[in-house]
Design a protein. Structure first.
Length: 421
């Protein structure tokens, strides 16, 4: 046996190496603090008595005692935490540590935090926490990550859920933030997802019983997609045009007016018509705000009744209203009026133009009957004005058009809601 060279410690080199390996196993191979403390007594006495000199044993015991004191505090804390029951409401992690991990140096920590951050978009409470964190002036990286989560949730969630309504509110509020980066990014998200913004606002307005057509926002995009260029020739009476009727039944809550402002994207594409009807409760300031958002041509002042016609603006006559088209199931349609008819008088009073007709209809009530003098068969005359007369075959002068009186029972702007009492 090869001696270690000390007269009092006849320990072989192999024994020293084995003892050192045992100590290394304690400090390196067992990372769990609690297991480490529990296994120390076994490791101390693992060497056989023949290879365990007293002096060396005392030195090792002192070193291991110091190590136990260092590890005792975290081990006790770990044991206490393990013994306490989990009182968290669910698997959703705390938000504050996640926000701190978003700025960590390690890429893996940041990615794990981003993944866990998605869980907060699954509930209204979690979304409100994200909104509060965004409003608390976070670091740029944290704000960017939160907005990415909100944008993803805003783009894939059904427009009628409470969660997407909460997401819309957070983005709308963030677009008004004082911090430029948060306000600009939020505004860009709302612009990119403007159809979702419209769908969410329309769905909530329907729940508030605001008068509008169509009530299902999905119908807005069936005939023409959202990429239809501004000025695209759309039928004003089709479901591709959102029609808002602000009358005495319009909700008086500020929420309804706020949702109305969120529909401004429809005005840029010419896909909304707002009718400000007599008897509504909007203030002069609110009316001015609506006109500034949607334009004067999209906001029209009207009476309580609707005739249901579209005029032909240029038809070469000095007076009267030439009908371009008639809305189905409207007052004019039920009275038998057709496109091409020329209305010359109302209740025996001559009509100057369409504005004159609108002014007189403002004095009428729903259910009232009016008499219109109508000249039929103006379509041929319109065609002659549009084409070069030299290209038309010669024909005898047309006979004087026959006039007839039509009685119209006036209806409102939209059918009554059968769910209302």
């Amino acid at each position: 046996m090869e001696s270690c060279g000390h007269p009092r410690f006849p320990l072989c080199h192999s024994g020293v190496r084995r003892y050192a390996a045992d100590l290394l196993a304690i400090c390196v191979l067992i990372p769990d603090n609690f297991r480490l403390v529990s296994m120390l007594p076994l490791q101390i006495f693992k060497c056989p008595n023949t290879a365990r000199p007293a002096g060396l044993r005392h030195v090792v015991l002192l070193q291991l005692t110091a190590l136990m004191l260092v590890l005792a505090a975290p081990a006790a804390a770990w044991a206490q935490a393990a013994a306490e029951p989990d009182t968290a409401p669910g698997p959703q992690p705390p938000l504050t540590p996640l926000l701190q991990q978003l700025t960590a140096r390690e890429f893996s920590q940041r990615q794990q935090a981003v993944t866990q951050l998605q869980q907060f978009a699954g509930s209204v409470n979690g979304l409100q926490q994200l909104g509060s964190a965004l409003a608390a002036n976070p670091a740029p990286e944290v704000a960017r990550r939160i907005l990415e989560v909100l944008e993803h949730h805003f783009s894939v969630t059904d427009s009628s859920t409470p969660e997407i309504c909460a997401t819309a509110d957070i983005l709308e509020q963030a677009a008004l933030a004082k911090r430029w980066d948060i306000a600009e990014t939020s505004s860009q998200i709302l612009d990119r997802l403007w159809t979702t913004r419209v769908n969410v606002a329309v769905a909530e307005l329907v729940r508030l019983k605001a008068p509008l057509q169509p009530k299902d926002p999905r119908l807005l995009w069936q005939e023409y997609g959202p990429d239809a260029a501004p000025g695209f020739a759309l039928n004003p009476n089709s479901n591709s045009i959102l029609r808002i009727y602000i009358d005495e039944h319009w909700p008086e809550s500020p929420r309804a007016f706020e949702l109305l402002k969120r529909l401004s994207g429809m005005g840029r594409f010419g896909r909304i018509s707002i009718y400000s009807i007599q008897g509504n409760s909007l203030t002069a300031e609110q009316k001015s705000t609506i006109k500034s958002l949607f334009g004067d041509t999209r906001v029209q002042e009207r009476g309580r009744v609707c005739l249901g016609i579209l005029q032909e603006p240029f038809f070469g006559e000095d007076s009267g209203v030439l009908i371009a088209s008639v809305e189905k199931n409207s007052s004019a349609d039920k009275a038998g009026l057709e496109g091409g008819d020329l209305i010359t008088s109302m209740n025996d009073q001559p009509l100057q133009d369409f504005d004159d007709l609108v002014t007189r209809l403002k004095e009428c009530q729903v259910g009232q009957q009016i008499r219109l003098e109508v000249v039929r068969s103006q379509q041929r005359q319109r065609l002659q004005r549009m084409l070069n007369p030299a290209q038309l075959p010669p024909e005898p002068p047309p006979a004087a058009p026959a006039k007839r009186e039509v009685v119209v029972t006036l209806q409102g702007w939209y059918p009554p809601d059968p769910t209302e009492n």
